[in-house]
Design a protein around this ligand. Structure first.
Ligand code: 13P
Length: 250
């Protein structure tokens, strides 16, 4: 039985004041969430505040990116050890915004996955196709290639230590959500691809859906057999909206 997981990806949003308010709101409603695991991923600079507020609660936290390097002369980078220092459990790797705006390719994403895993962080590997790729019928090829970069580097067992988030690029921040059937189809494909190499890894792997997930579509999406939760962008910035998704998952 896979525990549902709902993670909020705050992206580059917030201020000290708004972060405090958001955390207060989430903490206030967390008791009603039920069985879902809840995670927030703030910008790096707010990790201290998040750790101060969430330590000892049922809410876990993580970062949105990490360096492949351990320490040293890498201006602007943040190491896995630093994330651990601030109590992070999770780290997002390979988000489509990092792939498209910051040139992160499959090989770099796989190395980030490997470093996170080696350091004891739980990587959330984002995969997903663009609209053009969907329309030309190569969704499975793209998602398969993104998964294989990690499997080839680390072995299929590595997926047992992480989470996969299927985020169709055309659904991110657009208000256009994949239909539950469209999402389930790709989730089932992801699981079957893993099952081809390890049935136990496939059974335990949590696969989240991300892309305009909201309180009013979360229940139907997460109700599908291979959708184990959500990676939430915009709707994770308001406590009430985020908690409603967490309750739907729980
Ligand atoms: P939205 O929920 O804003 O579409 O963002 C999804 C996402 O990119 C989460 O990582």
């Amino acid at each position: 039985m896979r525990q549902p997981l709902v993670a909020g990806n705050w992206k580059m949003n917030g201020s000290r004041a708004s972060v405090r308010e958001l955390l207060d709101g989430i903490k206030h409603g967390i008791a009603e969430v039920g069985g879902a695991e809840v995670v927030v991923c703030p910008p790096f600079v707010y990790l201290q505040e998040v750790q101060d507020q969430l330590a000892g609660t049922a809410i876990a936290w993580g970062a949105q990116n990490l360096s492949t390097e351990g320490s040293g002369a890498f201006t602007g980078e943040v190491a896995a050890s630093m994330l651990l220092d601030f109590g992070c459990k999770y780290v997002i790797v390979g988000h489509s915004e990092r792939r498209s705006y910051y040139g992160e390719d499959d090989a770099l994403v796989a190395r980030k996955y490997a470093v996170a895993r080696a350091m004891g962080l739980v990587p959330i590997l984002c995969v997903g196709e663009t609209l053009e790729e969907r329309e030309t019928g190569v969704t499975e090829e793209v998602v398969g290639r993104q998964m294989d970069a990690v499997i080839d580097l680390e072995g299929v067992e590595a997926l047992q230590d992480g989470v996969i988030a299927y985020e169709p690029v055309w659904a991110i921040g657009t208000g256009v959500t994949a239909s539950p059937e469209q999402a389930q189809e790709v989730h089932a494909y992801i699981r079957s691809r893993v099952a081809g190499k390890s049935t136990s890894a496939a059974e335990s792997l949590r696969i989240l859906y991300g892309g305009s997930m909201k309180a009013d579509n979360a229940r139907e999406l997460i109700g599908k057999p291979d959708i184990d939760g959500g990676l939430i962008g915009g709707a994770s910035l308001k406590a009430d909206d985020f908690l409603a998704i967490c309750r739907a998952a729980g």
